[in-house]
Ligand binder design. Structure first.
Ligand SMILES: Cc1cc2nc3c(=O)[nH]c(=O)nc-3n(C[C@H](O)[C@H](O)[C@H](O)COP(=O)(O)O)c2cc1C
Length: 158
């Protein structure tokens, strides 16, 4: 079975690390959204399972990824969602999950973990500085193991 992962990882390639873990486990193509000029660049007919991944930027996963998902015909496709963020919360995946549901895709689960960031680069709010400290070194080996486990459960659910 062939799978596809479309991801946005424009800050520190944290999300790309997770995408690569999934790709190592199956016959899986990785597409960095940076290289997508038009939705027609992606031929989803070839894939039975499609993962969408993104870093979280200002409380939201990449709007570019959301727009792209909205343009794809995902009816009856098995899909999953993953993100990395300073907070590492699955909550950030919810908007994309809702959209996938609206598009009649078959939702197979969601994964999130922390991704390191340097708060000083974009804010002087103390709360972000604290969050940045907690996110140091992530995704780490434990996160990668968890991602691997998550992916195994997605495959088992097919
Ligand atoms: C401009 C910017 C805004 C961010 N905003 C948030 C945020 O609102 N919440 C959060 O938990 N993390 C936030 N982060 C941290 C990123 O989500 C985290 O570093 C993530 O792993 C980046 O993924 P990437 O390296 O794949 O792009 C932000 C990072 C940047 C650069």
């Amino acid at each position: 079975m062939k799978s596809l992962i479309v991801y946005c990882s424009e800050y520190k390639s944290n999300t790309e690390k997770i995408a690569r873990i999934f790709a190592e486990k199956t016959d899986c193509e990785l597409i960095n959204i940076r290289n997508v000029k038009d939705v027609s660049d992606i031929n989803i007919e070839n894939y039975n399972l499609i993962g969408f991944g993104s870093g979280v930027y200002r409380e939201s996963i990449s709007p570019k990824l959301v727009k792209l998902v909205d343009k794809l015909n995902l009816t009856g496709k098995n899909v999953f969602v993953f993100s990395t963020s300073g907070a590492g919360m699955k909550y950030y995946n919810n908007n994309l999950i809702k959209l996938l549901d609206k598009k009649a895709a078959i939702y197979r689960g969601s994964f999130a973990c922390k991704g390191s960031f340097n708060a000083r680069e974009f804010t002087d709010k103390k709360i972000f500085e604290f969050m940045g400290k907690l996110s140091e070194g992530h995704p780490n080996d434990r996160d990668l193991k968890k991602a691997e486990k998550f992916f195994a459960t997605v495959l088992d659910s097919l």
